[in-house]
Design a protein around this ligand. Structure first.
Ligand SMILES: NC(=O)c1ccc[n+]([C@@H]2O[C@H](COP(=O)([O-])OP(=O)(O)OC[C@H]3O[C@@H](n4cnc5c(N)ncnc54)[C@H](O)[C@@H]3O)[C@@H](O)[C@H]2O)c1
Length: 342
C-alpha cells in the first residue's frame, strides 16, 4: 500500500527530527512537501531527506502539494491559524504542542476540529508515547499504587540551550516557560489523574539568565496546583539543568508510589574514572524522547489509515493551555489563580 502523503511546516530544532523520523522510520507516512521561511532548511529537506517540493508559504503548500496530511512544527503562535487552514482544506493534522498561545484562538480551532470528525487531529504530547511513561500509566490505571494523591514533575532543559532560549524568548512566539515547557508536565498531571486543575500558584526567577526577564520569560519556575478532587501537583520547569535534560516524574498514591526517570540517565552505562562513579545524563529532548517522537507519528498514521481517533485531542490542548496560562498569570501577579468551571 502507498504511504500517506504529508507536508511538514517548520524544519527547526524539532521539525528536522520529525521530518527525519518520517522519512527513515515511519513506513506508512511519506513527506513529499516541506515549508520553512529559511531557504537552507528547504535545501536540507530536499538534499538530505528527499522531500521534493519546498514552499515558503504554508497556504501554498496546503493548496498545491498533493498531500493528505500536514505536520505542524512551526512557532507556537502560528499553530491555530495553520490548523484551521489545513482542516478547511480537508487535511489530517498533527500539530506540535502547545495547541496555541491564546485561549480565544484555541477555543475557535477546537470548534473547527470537532466540526470535522472524519479528519484526524492529533496534538504532540510525545511523553504519552514514551515506553516508561506508558508503563507508569498502566501501573496507575491498574490501581497498584492506589488513588493518586500527588504528582511531582521536573522538566528542565539543559543549560547548554540557554543562548537559544534567550533568542526564542526574544522572538516571543513560545508563550513563555509555563506554556512552552511546563505544558508537558501539565498534560502528564491531567493524563495520570484524569482530573482537571482547580487552583494554581506559580513563582519563578531568572538568576542564571537575567536577560530572559527583559523579554518577559522565566528561567526557573515552579507551580503548586490543587486538582478538582483535591489531589496535589507540584511542577518545576526550567532552562538551566547543568547536567543535561532533566525530565522526572513522581506519582504518589494511597498504596504506593512510582518514579519515572528518578535520575535522567542517558542509558545503562556507568563510568568509573578520576571524577568518581558517574551515570551520564540524557542531553536533550531529541535524545530522551527519540522513540516517543517516532511512536506518536506512527500512531497518527495508524489513526488516518484505520479511521481511529488519537488519544491526544484538541480538548487536551485547550485544558492544558488554560492551566499554563493560569500559571503565567499567577507568576505575573503573585496571586493564587482559580480556574473557571466549565
Ligand atoms: N514536543 C517537544 O518536546 C518540543 C520540543 C521542541 C519544540 N516543540 C514545539 O515545536 C514547535 C517548533 O519549535 P522549534 O524549537 O523546532 O522552533 P524553531 O524556531 O527551531 O523552528 C521554527 C521553524 O518554523 C519555521 N517558520 C517560522 N515562521 C514560519 C512561517 N511564517 N511559515 C512557515 N514556517 C515558518 C522556521 O522556518 C523554522 O523552520 C514549537 O511549537 C515548539 O513548542 C516541541
Amino acid at each position: 500500500m502507498e504511504p500517506i502523503k504529508a507536508g511538514i511546516v517548520g524544519l527547526g530544532r524539532l521539525g528536522k527530527v520529525h521530518a527525519s523520523n518520517v522519512q527513515n522510520y515511519i513506513k506508512d507516512l511519506e513527506l513529499v512537501a516541506a515549508c520553512s521561511v529559511v531557504p537552507e532548511e528547504l535545501k536540507f529537506a530536499k538534499e538530505s531527506l528527499g522531500i521534493q517540493k519546498g514552499y515558503e508559504s504554508f497556504e501554498k503548500m496546503v493548496d498545491e502539494a498533493e498531500i493528505d496530511a500536514v505536520i505542524i512544527v512551526s512557532p507556537s503562535s502560528l499553530h491555530t491559524k495553520q490548523i484551521e487552514y489545513a482542516f478547511a482544506a480537508g487535511k489530517h493534522v498533527f500539530c506540535e504542542k502547545p495547541l496555541g498561545v491564546s485561549l480565544p484562538e484555541i477555543e475557535q480551532v477546537k470548534k473547527v476540529i470537532e466540526a470535522r470528525p472524519e479528519q484526524v487531529f492529533m496534538l504532540g504530547f510525545m511523553r504519552r508515547f514514551d515506553e516508561s511513561y506508558r508503563y507508569a500509566k498502566e501501573i496507575v490505571e491498574s490501581g497498584e499504587i492506589g488513588k493518586v494523591t500527588l504528582v511531582r514533575c521536573y522538566g528542565i532543559d539543559p543549560s547548554s540551550g540557554l543562548e537559544s532560549f534567550v533568542k526564542f524568548a526574544k522572538n516571543s512566539s513560545s508563550g513563555g516557560l509555563f506554556i512552552d515547557m511546563a505544558i508537558h508536565d501539565i498534560d502528564l498531571v491531567r493524563w495520570f489523574t484524569g482530573e482537571e486543575v482547580k487552583q494554581v500558584w506559580a513563582i519563578g526567577n531568572n538568576f542564571a539568565y537575567p536577560e530572559l526577564a527583559e523579554y518577559g520569560d522565566t528561567e526557573t519556575g515552579a507551580a503548586l496546583m490543587k486538582l478538582k478532587n483535591d489531589a496535589i501537583a507540584i511542577l518545576v520547569s526550567g532552562r538551566n539543568a547543568n547536567h543535561g535534560y532533566h525530565v522526572e516524574t513522581e506519582i504518589m498514591g494511597t498504596k504506593g508510589m512510582l518514579r519515572v526517570a528518578q535520575e535522567p540517565e542517558k542509558n545503562l552505562v556507568t563510568i568509573f574514572d578520576d571524577k568518581g562513579v558517574r551515570r551520564p545524563c540524557s542531553e536533550h529532548f531529541p535524545e530522551r524522547f527519540k522513540q516517543a517522537f517516532i511512536n506518536e507519528l506512527t500512531e497518527f498514521a495508524r489513526c488516518i489509515r484505520e479511521g481511529d481517533k488519537p488519544d491526544v485531542t484538541a480538548k487536551d490542548g485547550l485544558e492544558s493551555t488554560k492551566i499554563a496560562l493560569a500559571c503565567t498569570k499567577s507568576f505575573e501577579t503573585g496571586e493564587l489563580v482559580a480556574l473557571e468551571d466549565e
